[in-house]
Ligand binder design. Structure first.
Ligand code: V47
Ligand code: SF4
Length: 391
């Protein structure tokens, strides 16, 4: 396919040349793609990079989520999930014992990761989380703890009067394995001050990840798109991530998060459409040349868009999570009970002719499902019009 070599648009020909020769595109070129390129054009380029990096491989993992509380001191306008501290009786606040019970509920189940993130409250301080991580490790040492974002870390380190470097070291010693990508939202202050005022700034978010990377550890990065930001804000966000990644190489995965408008202060905004979602995945794949993985978080965008995203630069669709995750169902995701079995996930990937690989958090391969025969056969659930692959 040579659709772009003969393009009449010189800038697109130049971007095509760069992608084919493995060169980095500029921020201005990324902005051009958002503003002027078609879905087919960016999809074509993103898929070249996806296949160069990963072939047809598509990763998922087996994890579960714990949200210690949905009460929060902050009032991010996009958040459908948190209860104001004034209305804390409407939310939940788990004790250490209750959280450990949730962890123990997965004893004997083949999950490899627990993802812990929630609201910010004074009782969940540095000591609480250090004790929690140590207790989880004591109970199940091989379970990977992916927990908290710079939003929580900034708050608990400030309260404990420790530097970011010291705080992250204490978390490491307590058993933290990696950091999820949340809390990034949109870095540019024009937007951040309006939608996430009061919580950690872009520089603080980036600095905390940097300290974690300097300890030799890995993390993810997200971008909340499709609300009041424009394309230049998205490019500015990705530029800051690309710059930090050039310094540390500590990010594993970029996860674009589509803004959902149910039950929050931004409910008057219309959600962007699927074309916009796919373009966003594709352009992030093209621009973030130093990120190994691009993830589509299927509980947020739905299974069908997740399947389509695999042809637009995405090579990871997160995991088999269950309904302990409320963030997305409360924000209006079509996935009201976001759980998929391994069988379902593998079939979802196979139906769009990709190869399913179960990974651990650090992308070590646990099971390559190529040629894997499932003993059970489940009913066709109509995710796409392609037939179920039975091999
Ligand atoms: O930072 C909150 C987002 C994030 C809404 O690292 C919303 O593997 C859309 O970061 N519409 C938290 N998004 C979740 C997160 C995450 C999820 C999955 C995997 C990983 C990973 C990280 O959720 C928040 C915020 O950007 N969010 N409300 C909403 N209404
Ligand atoms: Fe609190 Fe996070 Fe919701 Fe902001 S997004 S209000 S920090 S729970």
């Amino acid at each position: 396919m040579k659709i772009l070599e003969n393009s009449t648009k010189p800038i697109l020909k130049e971007i095509n040349k760069k992608v084919l020769s493995g060169q980095r595109i500029t921020t201005a070129e990324g902005l051009y793609l958002f503003e002027s390129a078609s879905l087919a054009e960016v999809g074509y380029l993103a898929n070249i990079i996806r296949e160069k990096k990963h072939g047809l491989k598509t990763y998922f993992n087996r994890n579960f989520h714990i949200e210690p509380t949905n009460v929060c001191l902050y009032t991010c306008s996009f958040c459908s999930y948190s209860r104001l501290i004034k209305k804390r009786e409407e939310g939940w606040e788990y004790t250490m014992e209750e959280i450990l019970e949730l962890v123990k509920a997965y004893d004997g189940k083949p999950v490899t990761e627990v993802h812990i993130v929630g609201g910010v409250l004074p009782q969940y301080d540095l000591k609480f989380y250090a004790d929690l991580f140590s207790a989880i490790k004591k109970h199940r040492p091989e379970l990977h703890i992916k927990a908290l974002t710079p939003v929580e870390y900034h708050y608990i380190f400030k309260k404990a009067k420790v530097s970011y470097a010291e705080g992250m070291k204490q978390m490491l010693d307590a058993g933290l394995d990696s950091m999820p990508g949340g809390g990034a939202e949109i870095f540019h202050p024009e937007i951040r001050d309006q939608i996430a005022g009061g919580k950690c700034s872009a520089d603080e978010w980036l600095q905390i990840h940097k300290e974690w990377h300097l300890l030799g550890k890995r993390s993810n990065a997200t971008m909340l798109y499709g609300h009041i930001e424009n394309y230049a804000h998205r490019m500015d966000h990705m530029e800051k991530l690309r710059e930090l990644q050039d310094e540390t190489s500590g990010f594993q995965t970029f996860i674009p998060l589509k803004f959902r408008n149910k039950g929050n202060q931004l409910s008057h905004l219309t959600e962007v459409n699927t074309i916009e979602d796919l373009k966003n995945y594709a352009i992030s794949r093209i621009y973030l040349d130093n990120f190994e993985h691009i993830k589509a978080y299927w509980p947020m965008i739905g299974r069908t868009t997740a399947q389509m995203s695999l042809a637009f630069g995405v090579n990871d669709i997160d995991g088999t999570i269950d309904d302990t995750t409320k963030i997305y169902s409360m924000a209006g995701s079509e996935e009201t009970n976001p759980a998929l079995s391994t069988y379902d996930l593998v079939n979802l990937i196979r139906r769009v002719n990709k190869k399913a690989i179960e990974r651990d958090t650090l992308y070590n391969i646990i099971t390559d499902f190529e040629g894997h025969k499932f003993e059970e056969d489940s009913a066709y659930r109509g995710y796409t019009s392609l037939p179920v692959v039975n091999n």
